[in-house]
Design a protein around this ligand. Structure first.
Ligand SMILES: [Zn+2]
Length: 86
């Protein structure tokens, strides 16, 4: 009888989309079907979005570009960058 209940509550194993490790099966909240991330992993995504102006360059390897060129490319360019104010 108890084994039957165990089988009934076992959804297929799912992996976190961020870290790739197994998601735990919580029975308290019935949201396993929709769950894609660990709570901690999801919080780190939210934190990265909140600080994207800095982590974009430090963690995700983005390069600052102005008018499609990096600052180094602008410095090497013979044509100066013109900024106009209205
Ligand atoms: Zn995770």
């Amino acid at each position: 009888m108890e084994n039957d209940l165990e089988e009934e509550y076992k959804p297929p194993a799912k992996l976190c989309k961020l870290c790739g490790k197994k998601l735990r099966r919580f029975r308290v909240s019935n949201d396993y079907k929709e769950r894609k991330y660990h709570k901690k992993c999801f919080e780190s995504i939210v934190e990265d979005v909140r600080n994207f102006q800095t982590v974009a360059y430090t963690k995700y390897g983005h390069t600052k570009r102005i008018d499609g060129k990096t600052i180094a490319e602008h410095k090497a360019d013979k044509n100066p960058l013109v900024v106009s104010f209205d």
